[in-house]
Design a binder for this molecule. Structure first.
Ligand code: HSE
Length: 436
C-alpha cells in the first residue's frame, strides 16, 4: 500500500521531535497504522535546520504554502503556532481536502469553530491531541474513553511554566520575580512569559477541553483569566499552614445556570493528588457521572512528549482515512448538529470558597468588624488565623470562607477594605476542595 505522506510545517522543538519519533519508531508505527507513514516534506523558515533535522530523504522548503498545495501530501502537520499564518495554512489545507494535525491551542480556542465547520464541509479530519497537556492523551480520553459519561467537571494543571514557578516558590520560599528569572534561565519560561503566567495558555487548553467535555462551541472570549504574577511567597506559606497548596488551575464545570470556564490561582487541599503535581508536569482531573473522578498525569510540553501526541494523531488519521466522514469520531466529540451553546457564567456568578488576607490594625474589635461584614453578606467562615504584628501595630488576618457567590464575596471585600482599621487591599484567592 502507498505510504502516507506527511507534510510538516514548522521544524522547531516539537517539529524536530515529530521527525525523530516518526523515524525512530517507523516500524512500530506502521505495524499499528497498517501502512507506512513517512515524513515527505518539511517547511521551515530556516531550511538548513530543517534539512539537518529531517534528513536528506525529506523535501525541505521554506514556504509552508507549498506543503498545503502539494498534491502528494496526505496529512498536514501544523506546528508553526500563532493565529495568523497558521490559520491561513490550516484553512487552505482543509480547502485542498487535506487532513490536518495541529498542536496549536491558540488557533483552535480562538478560531476552532470556523476551522471545524470548514473541515466538516470538506469531510476532512482536524486532530489536536498535542494542543492540550502535551503528551497526556487527554483529548482521546475525553472524546472517546469517557464517551459513556455525562462529564461534570474538569480541573487541570495545564501550564507547566506556571506550575514550575509555583512549586519553586513553595519549596524555596522565593518570590515570583526570582523564580521566573530562574525558569527563563532553565528554558522553561519564554523571554516574554506573559502568555504562560497570565493564564492565556491554560485558558486556550481549558476552552478546548470544555468544548469536548460538554459539546459546546469554543468560547475562549468568555473564559475568565487570572495569572500568578501577583502571588506572594507569603500567601503560599499561609495557605500551606492551613493545609492547602496554591496551583494555577483551569476549571470548567457544568452548573444549572451555565458552564464555569475559569483559570486562576487556586488553593487546593494538600492531600489531593493534584496538589502534589510539581515542577513542569501537567495533570487533569475529570469527573464523569458514571466513572467518577479520573486523573491524567504527565509531561505537558517538550519535544518528544508533544511529538508523542502529534504522531498518535497522524496514526489515528491514517487508520480512519478510508472511513466515511460520518463514521469518524466527531471533532468535538458530539455530532456537529448536537452542539449546545450553553451560557458561560461570568466570574461574578461563580460559587467558590475564598482565602482572604487582610492587613489590619492590631486592636480590640477589628476582627469582630471583619467577621460581622462577612456575616452580613451571608459568608460563613471555615478558619481564621491571625499572624503577629507586621509592624506599627499592624497584624494580618487570614480567613478561609465557605462557598459563596463571587459577587457577594466582592461586596464583602469592598466593605472590609473601607474599614478604618484595615490597611491596603485585601488579598483574595479562590479555593476548591476538589472532592468530587
Ligand atoms: N508553554 C506551555 C507550558 C507548554 O508552560 O505548559 C505549551 O503549551
Amino acid at each position: 500500500m502507498k505510504p502516507i505522506n506527511v507534510g510538516l510545517m514548522g521544524v522547531g522543538t516539537v517539529g524536530g521531535g515529530t521527525a525523530t519519533v516518526l523515524k525512530r519508531n517507523a516500524e512500530e508505527i506502521s505495524r499499528r497504522a497498517g501502512r507506512s507513514i513517512r515524513l515527505f516534506i518539511a517547511a521551515n523558515r530556516d531550511a538548513e535546520r530543517a534539512r539537518a533535522v529531517c534528513g536528506d530523504e525529506v523535501i525541505v522548503v521554506d514556504d509552508a504554502f507549498r506543503i498545503v498545495d502539494h498534491p502528494e501530501v496526505d496529512i498536514v502537520v501544523e506546528l508553526i503556532g500563532g493565529t495568523d499564518i497558521a490559520r491561513d495554512l490550516v484553512l487552505k489545507a482543509i480547502a485542498n481536502g487535506k487532513h490536518v494535525v495541529t498542536a496549536n491551542k491558540k488557533l483552535l480556542a480562538e478560531h476552532g469553530n470556523e476551522i471545524f465547520a470548514r473541515a466538516q464541509e470538506k469531510g476532512v479530519m482536524v486532530a489536536f491531541e498535542a494542543a492540550v497537556a502535551g503528551g497526556i492523551p487527554i483529548i482521546k480520553a475525553l472524546r472517546e474513553g469517557l464517551t459513556a459519561n455525562r462529564i461534570e467537571s474538569i480541573a487541570g494543571i495545564i501550564n507547566g511554566t506556571s506550575n514550575f514557578i509555583l512549586s519553586e516558590m513553595r519549596e524555596k520560599g522565593a518570590n515570583f520575580a526570582d523564580v521566573l528569572a530562574e525558569a527563563q534561565r532553565l528554558g522553561y519560561a519564554e523571554a516574554d512569559p506573559t502568555f504562560d503566567i497570565e493564564g492565556h495558555d491554560a485558558g486556550h487548553k481549558l476552552t478546548i477541553m470544555a468544548a469536548i467535555a460538554f459539546g459546546i462551541p469554543m468560547r475562549f472570549e468568555s473564559c475568565y483569566l487570572e495569572g500568578i504574577s501577583q502571588l506572594t511567597a507569603k500567601d503560599i506559606a499561609y495557605a500551606e499552614e492551613l493545609g492547602y497548596r496554591v496551583k494555577l488551575l483551569g476549571l470548567t464545570r457544568r452548573t444549572d445556570s451555565g458552564v464555569e470556564l475559569r483559570v486562576h490561582p487556586t488553593l487546593i487541599p494538600e492531600s489531593r493528588l493534584l496538589a502534589n503535581v510539581n515542577g513542569v508536569k501537567n495533570a487533569v482531573l475529570v469527573n464523569g457521572d458514571a466513572v467518577g473522578p479520573t486523573l491524567y498525569y504527565g509531561a505537558g510540553a517538550g519535544a518528544l512528549p508533544t511529538a508523542s501526541a502529534v504522531v498518535a494523531d497522524i496514526v489515528d488519521v491514517t487508520r480512519l482515512l478510508t472511513a466515511d466522514p460520518e463514521h469518524r469520531v466527531p471533532h468535538l466529540a458530539f455530532q456537529p448538529d448536537q452542539l449546545q451553546d450553553l451560557p458561560i457564567l461570568p466570574i461574578e456568578e461563580v460559587v467558590s470558597s475564598y482565602y482572604l488576607r487582610i492587613q489590619a490594625i492590631d486592636r480590640a474589635g477589628v476582627l469582630a468588624n471583619i467577621t460581622r461584614i462577612l456575616a452580613e453578606h451571608g459568608i460563613s467562615i471555615e478558619a481564621v488565623i491571625q499572624k503577629g504584628a507586621v509592624g506599627d501595630g499592624a497584624a494580618e488576618v487570614v480567613i478561609l470562607t465557605h462557598r459563596v457567590r463571587e459577587k457577594y464575596a466582592n461586596q464583602a471585600i469592598a466593605d472590609i477594605e473601607a474599614l478604618d482599621s484595615v490597611a491596603g487591599p485585601v488579598v483574595r484567592l479562590r479555593m476548591e476542595e476538589l472532592n468530587g
